[in-house]
Design a protein around this ligand. Structure first.
Ligand code: HGY
Ligand code: MN
Ligand code: MN
Length: 409
């Protein structure tokens, strides 16, 4: 059995045109107009294929192929990072839809649900929809989210969602048969190893913090260089020190300063405020703890060196997740049935699967990213790889249904 390649490509290209950027990527930050248009498109296509559709209290959008028995969730996300690529998330959602399309009329022991999760990328909160569905959404995550509380409230309002109802999206995990996600690797490993399919073993954990440095503003021309309390200088020193710390002392971890905001922001004014957004990742919780402690200490040292005050706000915490050996086996069998070369590998990117893994057996299928590039318009995966991934998702779905049926027999 195979997905309908022509329709799959037609739908993928149509979706890629929503929020398309001149550089060939997409710009669909969560709950912005382009993202909401993509979600409306998804529901329209599902209904055109004769599938049931549903939107839950967290805004998760689903197409459903009903059956007696538990639901096998096939998901990913339609939101993107700012100025992102057309494959990240979108490939998994369109492929999931086409698995349901291919299986219409087939008697299955499990219901199938293709789901687009709200705000996977964390331009507002991060894994918002998948954590809500998994019953793991913490109220405090909404109070100081990494995209800012005002942006979150504005996004919820645009989407017609209510903050106090988001947690209502949680579902009884015993109603799930499992979770499968097709996604681009976003790294260089598959291409380098000449593998067509990646069977993901685990997903990194990550944390996002904002360090606020406060000094004294002043005239850039008349204030002597010594004795300044320049918040910008401390921010820059901290960013370099954080990078050196991870490279030298935390192998296997990564850290990124993705945003630095100096205020008041004039050429001729010494900045008295610097807001440094840093995100760091590790496959091990203990390493995340140690790295967080070390970064907090470094921020304090930078503040002391430039006679500043500093505070830290945690704006996101996602734990590492191991993926299910049974689901990994089903993906391996699916790849073998299709004659595709597969390897096992961990994910350095975060995914909705790490929220679902806490409540139901979950697995991920990777396809190669050209040059390992992602989160920018040059992100590319060959069309053949997209089709191979979608067919592997289809066969892994059938494998998991067979496992469920055998268990129930
Ligand atoms: O940031 C990530 O790792 C993912 O793309 N959301
Ligand atoms: Mn993604
Ligand atoms: Mn992403």
């Amino acid at each position: 059995m195979r997905i309908d390649e022509a329709r799959f490509r037609e739908d993928f290209e149509e979706l890629a045109a929503i929020g398309a950027t001149p550089e060939g990527g997409v710009n669909r930050p969560s709950l912005g107009d382009a993202h909401l248009a993509a979600r409306a498109w998804f529901l329209e296509r599902a209904q055109a294929y004769g599938l049931e559709t549903r939107v839950d209290a967290a805004g998760n959008h689903s197409a459903v192929l009903p059956a007696d028995g538990p639901t096998l969730l096939l998901g990913s996300h339609l939101d993107s990072v700012p100025e992102g690529g057309r494959y990240d998330g979108a490939l998994g959602v369109v492929a999931a839809l086409h698995v349901l399309v291919a299986l219409r009329g087939t008697e299955l022991p499990c219901a199938l649900e293709a789901i687009d999760f709200t705000d996977e990328e964390g331009t507002l909160v991060g894994l918002l929809g998948s954590e809500a569905l998994a019953g793991a959404l913490r109220a405090e995550a909404l109070l100081s989210p990494r995209g800012g509380r005002d942006a979150l409230l504005a996004g919820l309002a645009r989407a017609g969602l209510r903050e106090d109802e988001l947690a209502g999206a949680s579902r009884d995990p015993t109603t799930f048969a499992g979770y499968l996600e097709l996604h681009i690797e976003q790294g260089p490993r598959l291409e380098r190893d000449g593998a067509q399919i990646g069977i993901v073993t685990a997903i990194v954990g990550s944390r996002s913090l904002v360090f606020g440095f406060r000094g004294v503003s002043g005239h850039a021309g008349t204030t002597p260089m010594d004795g300044r309390r320049d918040a910008g200088l401390a921010a820059a020193a901290f960013a370099v020190a954080a990078n050196t710390l991870v490279v030298q002392d935390f192998p296997g971890c990564v850290a990124t300063v993705g945003e630095m905001r100096l205020e008041p922001g004039g050429f001729n004014v010494i900045p008295d405020s610097a807001r440094v957004s840093i995100e760091f990742r590790s496959p091990e919780t203990a390493q995340l703890d140690a790295l967080e402690t070390a970064l907090r200490r470094q921020a304090g040292e930078a503040a002391e060196r430039y006679a500043l005050d500093v505070d830290a706000t945690v704006v996101g915490r996602w734990e590492p997740a191991a993926l299910d050996p049974g689901v990994r086996g089903a993906i391996a069998r699916a790849a073998a049935e299709l004659g595709l070369a597969a390897i096992e590998l961990p994910s350095g990117a975060g995914h909705d699967a790490q929220a679902l893994a806490a409540v139901t057996p979950s697995g991920m299928i990777f396809v190669p990213s050209a040059g390992g590039v992602s989160h920018q318009p040059m992100e590319h995966t060959s069309w053949q790889a997209c089709v191979d991934g979608a067919n592997t998702l289809l066969h892994a779905t059938l494998e998991l249904c067979a496992v469920y049926a055998a268990r129930g027999a």
